[in-house]
Design a protein around this ligand. Structure first.
Ligand code: KIV
Length: 272
């Protein structure tokens, strides 16, 4: 399993870091088999696997439940887990308590927290030994305010993001996701700090990339954002397979000889 130090070395050596979301045992198995460097159990699971319209309804219990399944599927992969909406906003004390509980119970290697106010309590978590991952730019838990659009596109906002990253670095944050920001800002950010920066909709200049499993594989995900590339079409393959199954049952083609236990339990009653 890679460590936070490995990610820092990868950044230094210019080797891109790959991150993919996973939410359950089979997706985690696939991610590990495919050799991703790190898995994110994102609170995007609210939309991708629970069918909510946003991440807002996701709870700490949901995150723990799904991360445990991901750990069982990917025992040798570094796992980052998202702190869900409302679990780190009320006070720093509550944020720290919830983050420690999530880290302790989920089996993840690090916890990810959206937004700049991570600065208020990151040092307590780092002191406690919890690896912390930041998330700046578009932060999906705040889309009620920001909308789903590019962030930090003015010089002032870009400078603010760079300042926040500088503070994250001083506080010992181990990695940061940069979402939906201009690519030149992402390049500047990556040059400015030693923390590995993982981009999603931030261009090629970040130290790594993250995408959502269901977007990458076109699996029940609807129309993806501009920055997504789809590498397979699970929806098409899945619906085709299910249709064939339905038709074969109707046509008495399934079950067949090969899928039936043939041992006789009852004697042939006509011969008695
Ligand atoms: O929840 C998630 O999947 C994320 C990614 C979009 C980075 O935070």
């Amino acid at each position: 399993m890679k460590s936070t130090m490995d990610f820092i070395d990868m950044k230094k050596n210019g080797e891109k870091i790959t991150m993919l979301t996973a939410y359950d045992y089979p997706s985690a198995r696939q991610a590990e088999a495919a050799g991703v460097d790190t898995i994110l159990v994102g609170d995007s699971l609210g939309m991708t696997v629970l069918g909510y319209s946003s991440t807002v309804e996701v709870t700490l219990e949901d995150m723990i439940h799904h991360t445990k399944a991901v750990r069982r599927g990917a025992p040798d992969t570094y796992i980052v887990v998202d702190m869900p909406f409302g679990t780190y906003h009320v006070s720093s004390e509550e944020a720290v308590r919830n983050a420690i509980m999530l880290y302790q119970e989920s089996g993840a290697n690090a916890v990810k927290i959206e937004g700049g106010h991570l600065q208020n309590f990151a040092n307590t978590l780092v002191d406690a030994g919890v690896p912390v991952v930041g998330h700046l730019g578009l932060t999906p838990q705040s889309v009620g305010i920001t909308g789903f659009k590019m962030q930090a596109s003015s010089k002032e906002d870009a400078e603010e993001l760079l300042n926040t990253l500088g503070k994250f670095e001083m506080l010992g944050v181990v990695m940061t996701v940069l979402e939906a920001i201009p690519s030149d800002l992402a390049v500047k950010a990556s040059e400015r700090v030693s923390i590995p920066l993982i981009g999603i909709g931030a261009g090629v200049g970040t130290d790594g990339q993250v995408l959502v499993y269901h977007d990458v594989l076109k699996y029940g995900s609807g129309k993806p954002p501009k920055f997504v590339k789809q590498y397979a079409d699970f929806d098409e393959i899945g619906v085709k397979g299910i249709k064939e199954y339905v038709q074969e049952v109707k046509d008495l083609k399934f079950p067949d000889e090969n899928t039936t236990y043939k041992k006789k339990v009852y004697e042939d009653e006509n011969n008695q």
